[in-house]
Design a binder for this molecule. Sequence first.
Ligand code: SAH
Length: 395
Amino acid sequence: MNEIILKPGRDHSVTRRHPWIFSGAIAQVEGAPAPGDTVRVRSSDGAELGWGAWSPESQMRVRMWSFDPAESVDASFIERRLAHAIAGRATLLAADVTNACRLVNAESDGLPGLVVDRYDNHLVCQITTAGMERWKSDVVAALTRLWPCAGIYERSDAEARAHEGLAPAVGALAGAEPPERIEIQERGCRYLVDVRAGHKTGFYLDQRDNRALVAACATGGDMLNVFAYTGGFGIAAMMAGAASVTHVELSADALALARENSRLNVCDGGNAEYIEGNAFEVLRTFRDARREFDLIVLDPPKFADAKKHLMAACRGYKDINLLAFKLLRPGGVLATFSCSGLVSPEIFHKVVSDAAVDARRDVQVLQRLQQAGDHPEGLFFPEGLYLKGLLCRVW
Ligand code: SAH
């Protein structure tokens, strides 16, 4: 029997149902577990706390599968968890809001290391842990039964795999290869998604509800869509009646797709501008040229992926928010985000208010924002809340 025994006093997070056990919490390893093997987890006094996946290459040495010592971790366990995850999206799947959503959100769905996104009738999987890698074929078989679709594609090329000793893996897992571009719709907007080369699994599904909120603020105004990717927020705003939109994006490929997406929605009648460049520089140029906007979205990539980068990340957030505050007409709206898990909502709030103080703008928070509900946050897993934002009115 492979099992791990925790150090005295280190069982608290497991009894609080947190799924991660770091190497420093482990006193002893019994047996000879191979990467991805299921291990029994015991407290220092011998109490059985449940089962987890062994990941010897990672500092996150065990990820809990189950907190029930009597539960077996097998293919039917994986299928039950997948069925729960999909059932949790039933309302969204049945609604005509969209044909793209996240079906499985890793730890927050009790399936550490697995993301499954639906794009029309294709599924895209991303596996990031040794534990989940072990169950890959069972995941594919179960998904085929639970959500029959044209094809299941793997995008396991996230950097996180390197920490687990896993090589990247991409390609078809079942059924047909996805087309080069999958067309999805979201609240009447159409978007082309490149699931092979796009960011994450191809599209920022987590911003769905925030795109709708931003669109509702767009009527008649000039919009600046910073960190535009394939156009998401800007196209939603144009479709909702924005007078103009300016997309700013570093990646030429993403910006090219933003143009295509605009054409697809017939909202590119000369009042859309596409600027390929570094947002930090472009916003400075706009400030110097005294350009003004009624609505600005700041949706930057993750600035901090380790604690040592937190201060630099905060300086980056402050910098772009300060510039955005300067570019807004009085009464304008700023939707500003951070997807760095290490930046808490409190820290983010502080950074944005510091920026507003320096910009000498009076600001009201209309709404605190987070990721859409198909990207749930496990109640015992605060790390599951990674996307936070503020919808602000700026005077
Ligand atoms: N708002 C988008 C998602 C943005 S993701 C949506 O809803 O779909 C962040 C984007 O910022 C990525 O497309 C990335 O290419 C881009 N990016 C990263 N660094 C940048 C920089 N310095 N300047 C401009 N864009 C940048």
